[in-house]
Design a protein. Sequence first.
Length: 83
Amino acid sequence: MFDNMQKYRLEFILHIQNIPQERIEDSIADLGEGLEITDCREELTRGKNLKININVEDPAIVLDACAQFGRIKSVKVDEEGRA
């Protein structure tokens, strides 16, 4: 998929309410590789916090796709080098 393009490891928290996790997975799975989504619920928080990790060529595309589902916070982008 990456064919000599710069790759990035994107990690962020997505705060959602009343949205199935599967819907988010379906929306971003094809935008990169190695998608991992884990629930990191906080006791006093309404809704749900999901920690999302994915290898991508363009982190902005994934963040834009996830912004429609909830609030994005704690974004971390690491360069992975070229394929």
